[in-house]
Design a protein around this ligand. Structure first.
Ligand code: IPM
Ligand code: MG
Length: 369
């Protein structure tokens, strides 16, 4: 079959390359067993790009990212580049990709598989069966607002400025997508901001309410971000879809990730606007970072990366069935008690990053036999 699905793989730094390798294993399996070919290009991003190109995102890398159907990214950053100036930091590679590709909606699903409920830091009954989705605005807010910077004042002390700014259009498009997604789930949206303190919060709440009027079947709740953080650890199963700004989404999604037992379990999809054919620019990456402390040891959990690839199949290639198959395979491996160290529990078998990829592939074999 002709390779017509163009993927750009950017493994990045730290554990990024190790977990990305497991996606390649699955792609090879799909090629052989399901006769689905991907046209895969590899490149570097983040610290690896600083080392290779002198900048965290090469110009050609960005051009390639704009031209492919989907980008898969591992993770960026590490102590080696901690002291480079801010504009050249590894994280800027990722932020530039998000901004240039206009990936305004970041979908971060947090689900707790039955086999994983005990691995959560919360009581099992609080998280068992959890299935929520954080929709994080990804190209606006304080991450990109101007003015920003650190300046020296006349008295010799320094002052730092960040700017939280949101236009109506920016809030509208991400809220609309959140409502659409909620329509395919259990039909509840929590719009999260700090309208009690912030002007952007006031506007966010107004617009969420206006968009909500177009979706009468969706149950809309407004919640302050601090309360949301508390509710996430108090009673997480009250949530279905949370839609929130860039910074609150960053924080709340780390919190939601931990409910599932490990940061190593959470995938994400970052989507741009749909074109006339319904195609969106898209980037898929695990929520976890580069974890430099465990990089190169073969112990990283590749499941968030593998499930990010499953999201890619679903959202970029309309291959929901294959995505479900991969998710089921991951689930079966966990049910069999096979665990990387981050999710290891008493009585279970500790396996490596590569073993995890191999076991998922073996399950795929069984499921599609
Ligand atoms: C995330 C990360 C990034 C962010 C960093 C690496 C720039 O924490 O994707 O959640 O803050 O958005
Ligand atoms: Mg984060």
């Amino acid at each position: 079959m002709a390779a017509n699905k163009k993927l750009l793989m950017l493994p990045g730094d730290g554990i990024g390359p190790e977990v990305m390798k497991q996606v390649q294993t699955i792609i090879d399996w799909m090629d052989k067993r399901r006769h689905v070919s991907f046209d895969v290009t590899n490149d570097v991003v983040g610290g690896a790009a600083i080392d290779k190109y002198g900048q965290p995102l090469g110009d050609n890398t960005l051009a390639d990212a704009m031209g492919v159907d989907a980008v898969l990214l591992g993770a960026v950053g590490g102590p080696k580049w901690d002291n480079v100036e801010r504009d050249l930091r590894p994280e800027m590679g990722l932020l530039t990709l998000r901004k240039e590709m206009d990936l305004y909606a970041n979908l971060r699903p947090a689900t707790v598989l039955p086999a994983m409920a005990k691995a959560s830091s919360l009581k099992e009954e609080l998280v068992s069966g959890l299935d929520m989705l954080i929709v994080r605005e990804l190209t606006g807010g304080v991450y990109f607002g101007k003015p920003r910077g650190i300046e020296k004042l006349a008295d010799g002390t320094r002052k730092a400025v960040d700017t939280q700014v949101y236009s109506e259009a920016e809030i509208e498009r991400v809220c609309r997508l959140a409502f659409e997604l909620a329509g395919k789930r259990s039909g509840k949206v929590h719009s999260v901001e700090k309208a009690n303190v912030m002007e952007t919060g006031v506007l966010w709440r107004q617009i969420a309410t206006e968009i909500g009027a177009d979706f009468p079947d969706i149950d809309l709740h407004h919640m302050y971000a601090d309360n949301c953080a508390m509710q996430l650890v108090r009673q997480p199963k009250q949530f279905d879809v949370i839609v929130t700004d860039n910074l609150f989404g960053d924080i709340l999604s780390d919190c939601a990730a931990m409910l599932t037992g490990s940061l190593g379990m959470l995938p994400s999809a970052s989507l741009g606007a749909a074109d006339s054919d319904g195609r969106r620019k898209a980037l898929y990456e695990p929520v976890h970072g580069s974890a430099p402390d465990i990089a190169g040891q073969g112990i990283a959990n590749p499941l968030a990366m593998i499930q990010s690839f499953a999201m890619c199949l679903k959202y970029s290639f309309d291959m929901g069935e294959d995505a479900d198959l991969i998710e089921q395979a991951c689930k079966n491996v966990l049910d069999a008690g096979l665990r990387t160290p981050d999710i290891l529990e008493a009585g279970m078998t500790k396996i490596s990053t590569t073993d995890m990829g191999d076991h998922v592939t073996k399950e795929l074999d069984k499921l599609s036999a």
